[in-house]
Design a protein. Sequence first.
Length: 248
Amino acid sequence: MKYRIDIERYSPEKKSYIESFYYETDSETETVANALAFLNAKSNLKNADGQDAEPIGWECGCMQKKCGACAMVVNGRPALACDSRLSRCGKVIRLSPLKKFPVVRDLIVDRSVMFENLKTIKLYFEDNADFGEETAGIAYEASRCLQCGCCLEVCPNFIAGGTFTGMASAVPVTRLFAELPAEKIKELSKLYNKHIFEGCGKSLACRNICPAKIDIEKMLVNSNAAAVWKRVFRHQEGVKKWKNQDLK
């Protein structure tokens, strides 16, 4: 199968433009990441018009859907390049950088705002946490967040640098609500209300976009229960359901 890959290219010295490349493979399992890696491995990269082209700027880490580094927009939808099979994308594939973050070069964006948001909402343990068996399911699910930014890309309320920090913060905060002592939950609740609950429009556009398949809606419900409705959900019947369910 011969694919044409249209890439939105950008550098500080040039305006954004589209450059196309051809890639051929008979494999049904090869991904966008495989194609980009192959193209960049060429010593004399040529575009679809046969002209010399600069190496394509993109990021990757594990190539196994574990790190989130290769997040980009594939045919108009945020996804991981290593999780986007060419055979499912069509013969013409459009690749663009995530639009909610500053573009560094080509498909590379600066996602440091997400990590600054984690510090703003104090998503870290200052003291020993209560790592109990009853909270293991919630903690595990929350820890699977890749911080890739796909959920923020589709969120109509998230703006980089804004007060609302989005689901990239809301998911990890669920783990803290499950494991922090009661006196610490009150402080965390104030930050949660300011930076997540008050800014979320409840559109749930992020619900089916997570590459890790995290049940974002359930995480949001549990965090709202703890922070807004003052229910410490680790002591409720809902925790037993988390504990007993099969997590993929």
